[in-house]
Design a binder for this molecule. Structure first.
Ligand code: ZN
Length: 329
């Protein structure tokens, strides 16, 4: 096991090939499931009291490990409640309601408290296509450790591929490529406050039953506790990156206005000038309406949920890639 995990970080070719062989021989280790129990102090009926049957709804489950390290104070149960209730408010103008399906606690395998979300990407986006096209062609891949963590943490449920899971973890690192100088790229790894594991980025590389996962690692600042859950839900439900009106997507776009930028904004715009954020939200496969006591789900993605998935029809923006380096390289 130690070697298997080390391989992710050391990128040792020898160890990697050994790892593949191990999987081919079907000797992959069975991952034990974490044991969860409902958080007694969080009354679901109170949180869900405002729900109405005829409105589009998304089910959200919260996993809050009971064995976080004593010095970890960036997410508390109180902050999770605040951020969840704020998200309900932020989505209210769209008509989409958030239903708390459960809030559970329990001890998890401590080796999953800090993980690297995805393998180091291999092909950076260049000017020949935009970032969404590049991600569709070269989707992010979960690390083995991240896959194991999700298997350990998320319970089996027939609706698991339609449920959003907010999982509190101490650290989730997300590696990506940026230009260092000239025509050379370098690997950055960002310590995330929340990571939405969006399908525009991972496409079919997320196991379907775990595709609703979102990690939450920092709600400490005031603005974070207000916006973080709503913002991460936006990546999942609108299926867009950091973008707003005229602002094309990027890794870290700081500006006010839109919920999907890094700033104070909470706007979920509509129409082509709003990059179809509202329209894409309303089409999300994570939404349903109650009809005669039954959940009637939205249609599912047709191609794994990349940005241009045919589910969205014309609710997509075609835009040019940005030259990341001097055009005369
Ligand atoms: Zn974001």
């Amino acid at each position: 096991m130690t070697l298997k995990y080390a391989s992710i970080f050391l990128l040792s070719i020898a160890i990697l090939s050994c790892n593949v062989q191990e999987q081919e021989e079907g000797q992959a280790v069975q991952i034990p499931k974490a044991q969860w129990q409902d958080i007694a102090s969080w009354d679901l009926n109170t949180t869900n009291a405002d729900l109405e049957d005829d409105k589009l709804t998304t089910d959200i489950g919260i996993y809050f490990p009971s064995n976080l390290d004593p010095d970890f104070d960036k997410v508390t149960l109180e902050k999770m409640k605040e951020s969840f209730l704020a998200a309900k408010e932020i989505y209210k103008p769209t008509g989409v309601q958030l239903r708390l399906k459960f809030a559970r606690t329990g001890a998890i395998d401590p080796s999953y408290l800090a993980i690297q979300a995805n393998e180091i990407p291999q092909v950076p986006a260049t000017e020949y296509n935009n970032t969404y096209v590049n991600m569709q062609r070269n989707p992010a891949r979960l690390t083995e450790k991240a896959k194991d963590a999700l298997t350990h943490i998320i319970e089996d449920d027939p609706e698991s591929d339609r449920t959003i899971y907010l999982i509190v973890l101490q650290d989730v690192f997300y590696p990506f490529l940026t230009v260092a100088e000239g025509r050379n790229w370098t690997i950055n790894s960002v310590r995330t406050g929340g990571l939405s594991f969006p399908t525009y980025s991972y496409v079919n590389n997320l196991p379907k039953k775990h595709r609703g996962v979102i990690s939450i690692s920092n709600l400490q600042r005031g603005d974070r506790s207000r916006r973080t859950i709503a913002h991460e839900l936006g990546h999942k439900l609108m299926n867009v990156s950091h973008e707003y009106k005229e602002t094309h997507p990027g890794h870290e776009v700081y500006a006010d206005g839109g919920l999907m930028l890094y700033g104070d904004g909470e706007d979920i715009p509509s129409g082509e000038e709003g990059r179809w954020h509202l329209e894409r939200l309303l089409l999300s496969p994570f939404l349903y309406r109650m009809e005669n006591g039954k959940k009637v789900w939205n249609e599912d993605y047709k191609e794994g949920g990349h940005y241009y998935d045919p589910l969205y029809g014309d609710y997509v923006i075609h835009f040019k890639g940005t030259p990341p380096i001097d055009p005369n390289w």
